[in-house]
Design a protein around this ligand. Structure first.
Ligand code: ATP
Ligand code: MG
Length: 617
């Protein structure tokens, strides 16, 4: 059997010298932190609503800082298309979110009712999220790039009562389906300019009518939500099928706080940039809640991914902590190291990545080009926060997701021949030998754990077996407790008795100098059961020739062995991806096999056409 661990031995660990850190990392002694930490301790470090009224994320993220005398500090800095910025301080946020909450209240929108957004990363979005928490209502952010059907689907599933959006997005994506959304009472337009569309309201006008805070003490008007009250509804990325609506509660903020400290190493002086859109969970948990709870200044880029722009933001905004994703890093790698040259990245002290397996190549590229290695971490919409990470002061094993956070118990559950978890006497059977594969599982009980899939009780129940939450991902753990991602349960390839994780093969392909990105699937084969097929996107300047095709297959064979290396390889202009930047292998597969495509509501880039070989007769 092949393993991600074996694959990674080509990459030496990146050893950390703690004494050389510019800022003392929050987690220096991993063993001690795991031993001494408890979630109750994290909860105690939160402020709680004044007068012991309960717990509300908005108070922890905003008003607490005002109450503690830091209201003037810059909370959010938005970088506009032209590179200019506009900022909101913590006290600005308190005032604006309070007014937004008052608007909801005036409209009769109550506790637990769902407020959706369909907005780009503008200040209005951030105010709406926190203002909704303040009112005790539940927020559900949607990607502004979703088409009318995904928008309708989610608004309907989540019984959205309010939608905050723009005039143009409303016209294009909501107006055509409005009749089929009877639960949707109010559509608030952020840019109505005094002239709202029929059936909508002018948010600016409503805000102007809302009462001003005056000299009331911070947080006095925040709904007295309790830790188990629902705060967020987050749809998953839809990588494996139809997106699920994961329910999160106010208690989650204890996890955002602790993980922001341990895994992202946030300190109050940081200028922190999370590149994720709040349309998926990273953009909310770590683009809004964690940084604000830590009182840092968070950068929000209002524009889309672009290599030059991103280097400029890192340099000009003096970003110290950067949280991004493999797809973005691969894009920067593809653009070429020379693009980074000339940008002063000396403020940067920590880089982390999430969302997909991070190829070892990208970890090392960070070290070479940005001057810092990239720290992979792993979690899901369901877990609400980071579960496994390469910590700042920990030696990085390129290709590994790292080790479980303090307060998190992770294990590998054995699977039977049908891929079902093995349970004996009510307890899951765990895989304990080093480097053996099992389904990654977590012991339930951390604060940001999802409390259910909305309206899908049975699907939620199926996520648990023998005392564990099953993640659907396959992984291995080495002798030192580092976890290694193998693949999603559904993506793993069975070939001649070998179980092959697509990640290992993709990472190997990326080590070839001509390869920018790769997606790997299994295709049926009468002899082997399945054989590995790779779809490869080339870096600029490389031509898709038959020679190159053979060379890349040979390259992979030398490193992975004939049993694991791709037997088939096609060049493609783009790989199909979700809006959160994940390669949609199931789509590569259904297209390859001529099967129905399934749910494609989160598809961002449709697969580009296959690129014909240039020297084929
Ligand atoms: P769906 O559940 O709808 O199929 P999804 O699983 O892609 O979509 P998310 O919750 O956004 O939705 O993503 C979580 C998944 O992303 C994880 O289960 C894992 O498969 C993958 N993932 C996230 N981070 C990492 C990482 N560091 N290494 C490997 N895989 C990762
Ligand atoms: Mg998932």
């Amino acid at each position: 059997m092949t393993t991600g661990v074996e694959g990674s031995t080509r990459w030496p660990a990146i050893t950390k010298d703690v004494a050389a850190f510019p800022v003392q990392p929050n987690l220096l002694d991993y063993g001690a932190a795991r031993r001494d930490f408890s979630w109750d301790q994290a909860r105690q470090e939160l402020a709680g609503l004044p007068g012991g009224r309960g717990l509300n994320i908005a108070y922890e993220a905003v008003d607490r800082h005002v109450a503690e005398g830091h209201g003037g500090k810059e909370a959010l800095r938005f970088v506009k298309a032209d590179g200019g910025t506009r900022s909101l301080s913590y006290v600005d946020l308190a005032g604006q979110t309070s007014r937004f909450a008052a608007v909801l209240k005036n409209l009769g929108v109550g506790r637990g009712e769902r407020v959706f957004s369909l907005l780009g990363r503008s200040p209005e979005l951030y105010v709406a999220v926190l203002g909704t928490f303040r009112n005790g209502s539940v927020f559900c952010p949607l990607f502004s790039a979703f088409g009318p059907e995904p928008v309708r689907q989610r608004l309907h599933l989540g019984a959205g009562r309010v939608l905050v959006t723009t005039k143009a997005l409303y016209r294009k994506k909501v107006a055509p389906v409005r009749d089929s959304l009877p639960e949707l009472r109010y559509v608030l337009l952020v840019d109505a300019g005094g002239n709202p569309e029929p059936g909508t309201l002018d948010l600016a006008e409503l805000l102007a009518q809302a009462p001003q805070q005056g000299h009331a003490p911070p947080g006095h008007d925040i709904a007295d939500t309790q830790p188990e009250d629902m705060a967020l509804l987050h749809f998953t990325s839809g990588t494996t099928g139809a997106p699920k609506g994961a329910i999160h509660v106010h208690d989650a903020v204890a996890a955002h706080y602790a993980t922001g400290r341990f895994a992202l190493d946030l300190h109050p002086d940081d200028v922190y940039w999370c590149t994720a859109d709040p349309g998926w969970v990273t953009g909310t948990s770590y683009g809004i809640i964690a940084p604000l709870v830590h009182g840092v200044t968070a950068i929000v880029d209002e524009e889309e991914l672009d290599a030059d722009r991103w280097y400029r933001i890192l340099a000009q905004q003096h970003v110290t902590v950067w949280y991004t994703a493999p797809t973005a890093l691969r894009m920067l790698m593809k653009a070429g190291a020379e693009r980074a040259a000339g940008h002063d990245l000396s403020a940067l002290r920590f880089i982390a990545s999430v969302g997909e397996p991070l190829n070892p190549e990208a970890v090392v590229w960070g070290q070479d080009v940005l001057g810092l290695p990239v720290h992979d971490n792993w979690w899901q919409t369901e877990t609400g926060g980071i579960m496994i990470a390469n910590y700042p002061a920990m030696d990085i094993r390129p290709g590994s997701m790292g080790r479980p956070l303090p307060g998190i118990e992770a294990a590998l559950v054995a699977r039977d021949a049908d891929g079902k978890p093995v349970v004996k006497d009510g307890q899951a059977v765990l895989v304990t030998e080093p480097d053996a594969m099992g389904e990654l599982a977590l012991r339930p009980g951390w604060p940001s754990m999802f409390r259910g899939y909305l309206n899908e009780e049975e699907r939620y129940r199926r996520c648990f077996a023998g005392g564990w939450y099953l993640t659907g991902d396959l992984a291995k753990r080495d002798g030192d407790g580092y976890f290694w991602f193998v693949g999603r349960g559904d993506d793993v390839i069975k070939s001649s008795g070998h179980l092959i994780g697509p990640f290992e093969v993709e990472s190997c392909l990326m080590e070839h100098p001509a390869v920018a990105e790769a997606g790997v699937i299994g295709v049926p084969d009468p002899v082997a059961g399945e054989v590995v097929k790779a779809f490869v996107e080339l870096k600029p300047g490389h031509q898709p020739t038959e020679d190159l095709q053979l060379e890349i297959i040979g390259f992979a064979r030398k490193r992975l062995g004939a049993a694991v290396a791709p037997r088939l390889l096609d060049f493609t202009s783009t790989l199909p991806k979700t809006r959160s930047g994940k390669i949609l292998r199931r789509l590569l597969k259904s297209r390859e096999l001529g099967l129905p495509e399934g749910d494609t509501s989160t598809l961002e880039s449709p697969a580009g056409p296959a690129v014909a070989l240039q020297d084929r007769p």
